[in-house]
Design a protein around this ligand. Structure first.
Ligand code: ME8
Length: 517
């Protein structure tokens, strides 16, 4: 039987500067989803990439005395290194300067023009270069950019416009008929009440004041302005508009576009209207996650208050970062980043809960059974309660992850970890070890703990792949007992296998000392 497909995307990031931990959040979350879907039997397409055109990049490159392409090439190489470091398992990486993308975008623009959905007019507005956004007079705050507070320039130029208003009612109907299209729910209401109901203005889709963009084929003075170029990536990456659209036919429509709440409007209004105008199916879902905040504000490249993921990885390890990001931004809301909270999380959840469970169990298997997983007696309510939770957790986790509630899914996994730690206190293996008559009971306790750890390792493998791999290596778990099917049964671990205690998964960090560094 053919596998069901699952297509997930991240935004394509601006390579105006190095990426920060906020951009890493979206990508890590998408990676966790992609890995989880692969684990549970889907044929996954996971797309990420970079959004390389625009006036801002043109200006920065000029200031640095280089060309825009040379400038972005260097930043993009750094972005790819970052994704490698963070274990991001993307299937495709699109750059909007890729030639197949440029050609397809030109085709899309021409199609919309020929259909009458794009027309020529004049644009006048206040433009903020760092944010690459136009604002109306009333949107300005004290005459400055409402997003970053910097000065704006009054700009007037000939431009092409996209007739958004024509599709407004159809989009509203689509949103109402497809309750999952915009998630979480709060973002949907915001889109309907703040944008769709008051009525859509036509959108400026070309510029003449800069050159670093995809030229309009039938009017070479114009370059295609940011959103038509950028949003199209989700279909051009699959070969839409090229000679080979096999991937497009296989994976489109996307299952989910994962984006930050800052750009949900573009993805739930402009993008679906573009697709409607092109007679293409709409994505099944656009999910707008919350922001990672630092000291009460949003971290952003233009504000300069960013946390560098490479520095964090160096100090704390990749899986600690992945864990923190996935756990700390609860479903639908913002999360806070600060070093102290991060270190406390590592110490409590990773070093104490998970790390100790693994190292205590391994130590006891080595001490009492020469490192061999041994068959033993299963008995009593503690065993039953551990077994029950271990086999029930996967379905809770799957149903939460399916709704992108990754942080809640992590909570469920950590309940199992806590349950297993409590089981050690309840069964007191060190007491059993003193009584030769209890030897098979002691073996049973350690076997049950090993089973719980095997199940935890499968459950965390999408979120913390390296940690899961280290656990599997130390316990010598075979691949056939690490599948999604094998998670549903308690008792799969083979006896007679030798474990090998390795390095601690997460050494405790001295908060005071680390913060002083
Ligand atoms: O907007 N917390 O690119 P961009 C959480 N090129 N996520 C954050 C964040 C924060 N503090 N800051 C950024 C663009 N992000 C366009 C997108 S898509 C067709 C074009 C994440 O480099 C979040 O996903 O500014 C946000 O939507 C994205 O980075 C913006 O990245």
């Amino acid at each position: 039987m053919e596998k069901k497909t699952y297509y997930i995307t991240t935004p394509i990031y601006y390579p105006s500067n190095k990426l920060h931990i906020g951009n890493a959040y979206t990508t890590v979350a998408a990676d966790a989803m992609a890995r989880f879907k692969r684990l549970t039997g889907y044929d996954v397409m996971f797309l990420t990439g970079t959004d390389e055109h625009g006036q801002k990049i043109e200006r920065i490159a000029k200031e640095k005395g280089t060309t825009p392409k040379a400038y972005v090439d260097e930043i993009v190489a750094g972005i790819k290194d970052l994704w490698k470091l963070l274990n991001i398992s993307y299937d495709r990486f699109i750059r909007t300067t890729d030639d197949y993308h440029e050609r397809a975008v030109q085709e899309i623009f021409k199609k919309l023009y020929e259909k009458g959905d794009i027309y020529k007019g004049h644009y006048e507005g206040w433009y903020c270069t760092p944010c690459e956004s136009f604002f109306t007079e009333t949107q300005l705050v004290d005459g400055k950019c409402p997003d970053c507070g910097r000065p704006v320039e009054l700009t007037k130029e000939e431009a092409y416009f996209f007739r958004m208003s024509k599709y407004q009612d159809r989009l509203l109907k689509h949103i109402e008929e497809h309750p999952d299209f915009i998630q979480p729910e709060s973002r949907k209401n915001e889109m309907i009440n703040n944008f769709l109901k008051p009525g859509l203005e036509d959108l400026c889709v070309s510029r003449t004041s800069f050159k670093w963009g995809i030229p309009v084929t039938f009017d070479e003075n114009h370059v295609i302005y940011v959103w038509v170029d950028a949003l199209s990536n989700y279909i051009t990456a699959l070969g839409y508009g090229s000679d080979d659209d096999t991937l497009y036919r296989k994976y489109w429509p996307a299952d989910v576009h994962l984006v930050g709440k800052d750009i949900i409007r573009f993805h739930t209004i402009i993008w679906p209207i573009m697709l409607m105008a092109l007679d293409l199916p709409l994505p099944k879902q656009v999910f707008g996650h919350g922001w990672l905040l630092v000291d009460g504000g949003k971290m952003s490249k233009s504000k300069g208050n960013v946390v560098d993921p490479v520095v964090l990885a160096d100090h704390f390890g990749v899986d600690a970062i992945r864990y923190y990001l996935l756990r700390e931004i609860p479903f639908g809301s913002d999360g806070l980043y600060n070093n102290e909270m991060f270190i406390k999380r590592i110490n409590s959840d990773l070093a104490n809960d998970l790390g100790n469970l693994v190292s205590r169990t391994l130590t006891m298997i080595e001490k009492y059974f020469g490192g061999v997983i041994t068959e033993g007696r299963f008995e009593g309510e503690f065993d039953e309660s551990l077994r029950k939770l271990a086999v029930e957790t996967h379905s809770k986790v799957e149903s939460l992850v399916d709704r992108l509630r990754i942080s809640d899914a992590m909570d469920e996994i950590w309940k199992l970890i806590s349950r297993a730690n409590k089981y050690i206190d309840e069964t007191m293996p060190w007491v059993l070890a003193k009584d030769e008559a209890q030897r098979d009971r002691l073996a049973g306790v350690l076997y049950n703990l090993t089973e719980a750890i095997r199940i935890v390792s499968i459950l965390i493998s999408s979120f913390m792949p390296d940690t899961s791999r280290k656990i599997n290596e130390q316990f010598n778990f075979d691949a056939d007992i690490l599948t999604w099917d094998s998670i549903k049964e308690f008792g799969k671990t083979k006896t007679g296998v030798k474990v090998q205690r390795g390095e601690l998964l997460f050494p405790r960090i001295d908060v005071e000392k680390k913060l002083a560094e």
